[in-house]
Design a protein around this ligand. Structure first.
Ligand SMILES: [Zn+2]
Length: 83
């Protein structure tokens, strides 16, 4: 009686290699949330449009707590206000 061994290795789900730079709009940002006490995925909200740039706020997707903010300099207003 032959014992034939088949290679039945469960194929792990292959994850596509992450290519940075291609999905900048959909960037998955994780920041430490003080409410959840761990790094959580966050959502980006546009708060204000200021002369020095657009102000964004990062909020935890889980509990909605504010976990960070940043100002994006668009530069558009400089061109408009210059005269
Ligand atoms: Zn949270």
């Amino acid at each position: 009686m032959k014992n034939r061994t088949f290679n039945f290795s469960p194929s792990a789900p292959q994850q596509p290699p992450q290519q940075k730079g291609e999905f900048e709009e959909l960037e998955a940002v994780e920041l430490f949330c003080p409410e959840c006490r761990r790094a959580m995925p966050v959502r980006k909200f546009l708060l204000l449009i200021l002369p020095e740039g657009d102000k964004y706020e990062y909020r935890c997707q889980q509990c909605g707590a504010k976990v960070g903010e940043k100002t994006d300099r668009s530069g558009q207003f400089y061109g408009i206000l210059k005269g």
